[in-house]
Design a protein around this ligand. Structure first.
Ligand SMILES: NC(=O)c1ccc[n+]([C@@H]2O[C@H](COP(=O)([O-])OP(=O)(O)OC[C@H]3O[C@@H](n4cnc5c(N)ncnc54)[C@H](O)[C@@H]3O)[C@@H](O)[C@H]2O)c1
Length: 508
């Protein structure tokens, strides 16, 4: 795998419009706040987050709802027809969702402004496969403002916000996605994005690797025209490294998943906030005084533990890695084995990325009313399959909430059937997605504009300077004042005053 090495790789130099201008951005942000008002901003955000769930019911048109979008002629009010979504009539609702997201995505909005007349993505034809949400819409509209043409499909059959897809289609984007696609629809939508004679993509933005895989399988010749792949997910990145190892990756790719601005923010801060949201929305649980065990003290575990501790819960942690275990101890958590606390805890949260962490023997010993949920990627951390036995009764209480009842009437509360709690039961904070989306946008700009030979067919990490740039674009939101190195200090540390400020091996 090729690692970015500042000593041998050409240093990333942000074009002049990317230069950091804190004063400007702060003013911009404050202007937006004044326009909506601080109070209304926070209100509209919480409204938005519930809307994403309640919206389907209020926006749907029942007659059209029954027919598959694939069987319907679709047309926007301006005559655009190259899209396939649930219902174009939802466009106005979707536009409002996008406008709310824009308020929490300052860096993308700054990129649009900053580029002025300069369009670093002119000529770029980006085919994307990501969650189609208001935040993705802000990304797509930013790419378009920077000169790119975009065609998009969803990377998940359930996550599309239909109203947002409608707003994008109404705005002239070619979007092929709706909530509740079948497996066949899923691949059909991806195919519709790429199988066009008149429009050949030259950049890929993928989340999960399915789009890349489809092009490899069906249209391998297309790679002759494609300059690069930007991949966001652990799974997709894993596939790219496998292709690279096998010598089958024929174009460069940027692994966004492992960039600092994704990993250290999405995993930690996103989970720190959304764990509480997911639990509250699904169970209305009171956190104060509750005994909680968090399995795994990596980034996600650290976020969950910190949030629950702050709410007054008594938090225990389990770990297999002595380093993370020591971190948990130093952060003030009791490090235990699961069997030591399983009878007394009110809440069990898995965050390990591992399997069978909460096996049936633990589920048997939990106390009545214990809540069990997972924040890790895979649904194998809790052995849910072992609960599908005749002696146990399953009772659906709410969407994503099941009571599993033992013969002696003991019941546990299982959330989202052991799938990711925050993505299943709540939404994730827009600001964190802004950081990831900005990283994606910059990765596309870098790959698209890179001179011949800068990137070979291999998987690269984002240059650190770009990571720093993404972070700097988000600082004005907090009215943060960054200290500048003096010439003397820069010399002393051997650093340029404009970064990068850390070596690649620095762990943050
Ligand atoms: N819910 C979300 O929004 C979200 C966001 C980012 C990542 N994730 C997922 O969450 C999982 C964890 O991510 P991370 O960044 O914290 O990973 P990480 O590798 O930093 O942390 C996982 C920790 O679990 C520990 N562990 C492994 N097996 C264990 C076991 N049997 N018992 C106790 N501890 C064990 C590991 O030693 C490690 O410290 C991954 O699956 C990741 O894909 C979820």
């Amino acid at each position: 795998m090729a690692k970015w090495d500042p000593s041998t790789s050409p240093a990333f130099q942000p074009p002049h419009w990317m230069q950091i201008q804190f004063a400007d951005q702060k003013q911009e942000f404050n202007k937006r706040l004044t326009k909506t008002g601080r109070h209304s901003l926070s209100r509209s955000l919480s409204h938005s987050s519930t809307d994403s769930y309640s919206s389907a019911a209020s926006y749907t048109d029942s007659s059209e709802d029954e027919m598959s979008p694939r069987d319907r002629q679709q047309r926007s009010s301006k005559g655009h027809q190259d899209f396939c979504i649930k219902n174009i009539k939802q466009a106005n609702f979707g536009r409002r969702e996008i406008e709310i997201a824009e308020q929490e995505m300052p860096a993308l909005m700054a990129l649009r402004k900053r580029s002025g007349g300069e369009k670093p993505l002119v000529g770029a034809k980006v085919v994307g496969c990501t969650h189609i949400t208001a935040q993705t819409a802000v990304l797509m509209e930013t790419l378009s403002a920077l000169g790119a043409q975009c065609r998009w499909a969803a990377c998940n059959i359930y996550s599309t916000q239909n109203a947002v897809a409608a707003a994008l289609a109404e705005g002239g984007f070619s979007v092929f996605a709706w909530k509740g696609e079948s497996e066949d629809d899923f691949w059909w939508c991806i195919d519709r994005c790429v199988s066009l004679e008149a429009w050949q993509p030259n950049m890929i933005l993928d989340d999960g690797g399915d789009l890349t895989h489809w092009i490899f399988k069906k249209y391998p010749n297309m790679f002759k025209m494609i300059k690069g792949i930007v991949e966001e997910s652990v799974t997709g990145v894993h596939r790219l490294y496998q292709l690279s190892k096998a010598g089958r990756l024929c174009i460069p790719a940027i692994n966004v998943n492992d960039s600092i601005t994704k990993q250290k923010f999405d995993n930690l801060y996103c989970c720190r906030e959304s764990i509480l949201d997911g639990l509250k929305r699904s169970t209305d649980v009171m956190f104060g005084g509750k005994q909680v065990v968090v399995c795994g003290y990596g980034e996600v575990g650290k976020g969950c533990s910190a949030a629950l501790k702050a709410m007054g819960s008594v938090v225990y942690v389990t770990e297999v890695d002595p380093i993370c275990a020591l971190q948990a101890c130093m952060d003030g958590f009791r490090l235990v084995k699961l069997n030591e606390v399983i009878r007394q805890v009110d809440l069990v949260i898995t965050c390990t990325g591992n399997k069978n962490v909460v096996a049936r023997e633990y589920l048997d010993r939990m106390k009545n009313g214990c809540i069990v949920c997972n924040m890790g990627h895979s649904n194998t951390e809790i052995d849910v399959v072992s609960l599908r036995t005749p002696e146990l009764t399953w009772e659906k209480v709410r969407s994503q909430v099941d009571h599993v009842i033992w013969p002696d009437d003991k019941r546990i509360i299982l959330l989202a059937e052991g799938r990711l709690l925050n993505l299943s039961c709540s939404t994730v904070p827009t600001f964190v997605l802004s950081i990831t989306a900005t990283t994606q946008a910059l990765a596309l700009i870098e790959l698209y504009n890179a001179p011949e030979g800068r990137y070979k067919p291999d998987v690269y990490l984002l240059p650190k300077k770009m990571d720093e740039f993404v972070a700097s674009l988000h600082l004005p939101t907090f009215d943060a004042h960054l200290t500048e190195l003096t010439d003397e200090q820069g010399k002393y540390l051997g650093l340029s005053k404009t970064g990068p400020f850390k070596p690649n091996y620095y762990r943050y």
